[in-house]
Design a binder for this molecule. Structure first.
Ligand SMILES: [Zn+2]
Length: 273
C-alpha cells in the first residue's frame, strides 16, 4: 500500500512530466471511482490544462486551469503509469487520460481508489482531503509545529501518528521504524513524552520518510514510469522482522497487537515507561 513517500515520488514525477499539458481525451472503465457521473467528469476536464501536481498524505492533487482539482487516491495499491505515443499500454486499467501531445497516464486499481473532480472553490467541502493534517515532509512541519500538535494529549503515540487529521501520510509500514528509531513503544502516552523524546520522534519521522523518498519508495511499489522503488525490506529496522535480533541490543523483535493494527518492536529498546 503506497504511503507518503511513494505518493510524493509519483506526484513530483507527474508534475515534471505533465504540467502545462492539455487534456484531450479521458476513458473511464470503472465509474464508481469517480465522484460525479462519467459524462460530467469528461466534459469538465476535457480541454483543461494541467497547472501543477502536488500531494498531501496519500492523495495526489492535480490542479487544472483555471479552477478545478483532480484528486487521486491509489487506495491499497494501484499503478499510475505515464505513457508516450510509442509506449505499449498496460493490459488492464480503469482510467486513461490522454493529452494533446498523445502522452498521458493510465491508472490500474488493485482494489479501490478514487479519482475525484471538484471546483477549487469547493476544496473545503471535499470530505476525504479537507481534514488532512500537515505533511511531515513539508517546510511547515517544524519541531515547534509538531510540539504544538502533540499538546498534552492522552492518546498513545502510534494512534496519534496514524490519525490522518494530525499528520497526513504515515501508515503502518513506516510507523514501525519511526517508533523504533525514536525508542518509543507504540502505546506510549503522548502526555508522558520528554522534550528529548519529542525531538527524537520528530527527527525519526523526517529521517525514515525522507530516506524512502530518496530511494524512490518501496521496492514493491512502482513510480510514474513503472520503475520499482529501491527501498527493500532488508532496510527496515524492525518492521516485519519478527524474531530477528534488534540492531541495537540483539533482543528478538516482537510482533504485538496495538489497537486494530500490528506493531513490530524491540521489547528492550521500546518500553512503555
Ligand atoms: Zn533493542
Amino acid at each position: 500500500m503506497p504511503e507518503l513517500p511513494e505518493i510524493s515520488v509519483i506526484a513530483r514525477q507527474m508534475d515534471k512530466e505533465i504540467a502545462g499539458k492539455r487534456i484531450l481525451e479521458i476513458e473511464v472503465k470503472q465509474p464508481k471511482t469517480l465522484n460525479i457521473p462519467v459524462p460530467q467528469f469528461i466534459e469538465t476536464a476535457k480541454g483543461k490544462t494541467i497547472n501543477k501536481v502536488t500531494s498531501k498524505g496519500k492523495w495526489i492533487f492535480v490542479k487544472l486551469d483555471p479552477e478545478h482539482l483532480m484528486l487521486i487516491n491509489l487506495g491499497m495499491g494501484a499503478q499510475l503509469l505515464y505513457f508516450m505515443p510509442s509506449t505499449k499500454l498496460p493490459e488492464k486499467y480503469q482510467f486513461k487520460l490522454t493529452f494533446s501531445d498523445k502522452t498521458g497516464f493510465t491508472i490500474h486499481f488493485s482494489w479501490f481508489g478514487y479519482i475525484h473532480l471538484i471546483p477549487e472553490s469547493e476544496t473545503a467541502k471535499h470530505k476525504q482531503t479537507a481534514k488532512l493534517g500537515i505533511s511531515p515532509l513539508s517546510e511547515e512541519f517544524t519541531l515547534e509545529h509538531f510540539r504544538k500538535l502533540l499538546g498534552r494529549r492522552k492518546a498513545g503515540v502510534k494512534g496519534f501518528l496514524l490519525d490522518q487529521k494530525n499528520i497526513a501520510g504515515i501508515g503502518n509500514v513506516y510507523m514501525q521504524d519511526i517508533l523504533f528509531k525514536a525508542g518509543l513503544h507504540p502505546n506510549r502516552k503522548i502526555s508522558t513524552l520528554t522534550e528529548a523524546e519529542i525531538k527524537d520522534l520528530y527527527k525519526a519521522i523526517q529521517d525514515i520518510l525522507g530516506h524512502s523518498v530518496q530511494l524512490g519508495g518501496l521496492v514493491y511499489e512502482t513510480d510514474f514510469y513503472g520503475k520499482k522503488g529501491r527501498l527493500t525490506m532488508d532496510e527496515f529496522l524492525v518492521g516485519y522482522k519478527t524474531g530477528e535480533p534488534c540492531r541495537a541490543c540483539k533482543t528478538p523483535i516482537e510482533k504485538i497487537k496495538t489497537g486494530t493494527t500490528s506493531s513490530y518492536i524491540c521489547p528492550k529498546c521500546q518500553t512503555l515507561e
